[in-house]
Design a binder for this molecule. Sequence first.
Ligand SMILES: Nc1ncnc2c1ncn2[C@@H]1O[C@H](COP(=O)(O)OP(=O)(O)OP(=O)(O)O)[C@@H](O)[C@H]1O
Ligand SMILES: [Mg+2]
Length: 293
Amino acid sequence: MTPDLLEQGARRAEEHRVLQATGKNNTESGGRHAGTGRITTPGEVDIAHGRILYLEDVSVSFDGFKAINKLSLDIAPGELRCIIGPNGAGKTTLMDIISGKTRPDEGTVFFGSTIDLLRYKEAEIAQLGIGRKFQKPTVFEQLTVFENLELALNTDKRVKASLLFRLDSAQSDRLAEILVTIHLANSMNRKAGNLSHGQKQWLEIGMLLMQDPKLLLLDEPVAGMTDEETARTAELFLTLKGKHSLMVVEHDMSFIKSISEIVTVLCDGSVLAQGTLDQVQANERVIEVYLGR
Ligand SMILES: Nc1ncnc2c1ncn2[C@@H]1O[C@H](COP(=O)(O)OP(=O)(O)OP(=O)(O)O)[C@@H](O)[C@H]1O
Ligand SMILES: [Mg+2]
């Protein structure tokens, strides 16, 4: 090979590495560059088929009780999908399945069109870019807001590694940006334990964002929040939409109304209806299920 060709190759490889590192490879072909085949980088999510998440005929039983029953669902890249449904409908179990906490008895669960999530463990799924937020905030109360966000980047939790861990400049920029996004820029030096419930929830979302997840699973994120905190959370989710895909489970209908595009109604472990909030609220079967509670 001539030095010229070597140089060109090295330049292309470097360009590709920078595109990958900066996340600026979201071409229309889903991050794949013309002439390089289907997937250029291992772990890259292939969204060429217009889906970031795809479930088909998923079922899971607990002691003979079908909590999820032939459930099929897909979510587009950048979409903010709301999931509603009565208590016990299977909403949390659905998130457990996507995040790898619960393994379904049957069915298909794909992240993009090539990553079969059923082949991965819970921690690996988080690494692949699926962030999960549980209802109860789990921030480190003794640490400051800043330290909590900093820690979220450090995947090596051993004490020595934690002491030596330092942010690089791109990570510092990212942290500063996230502080603004989660409305905590003025509280970065406050102990997390002194934050309000709503602020703790935002901090936890910020900790997930530090990992730059492609898909965020948020289970009852505004439960226990004041009206003002709920409104700010709606704003926050609307700013995250597009950059990330979001699946939001909530019972608070006014919150759902303020953020929703497509709403999926779950009941008895299956999709009962799907459409705009107005459409599903006018659906006879949905009305029956909610009134019958
Ligand atoms: N690990 C488990 N073992 C046994 N039963 C379970 C388990 N997880 C969930 N279930 C049952 O599966 C059903 C669905 O539960 P799930 O928590 O997914 O409902 P949900 O839609 O999130 O309800 P809610 O709105 O009350 O949070 C319920 O009947 C629940 O009791
Ligand atoms: Mg639940």
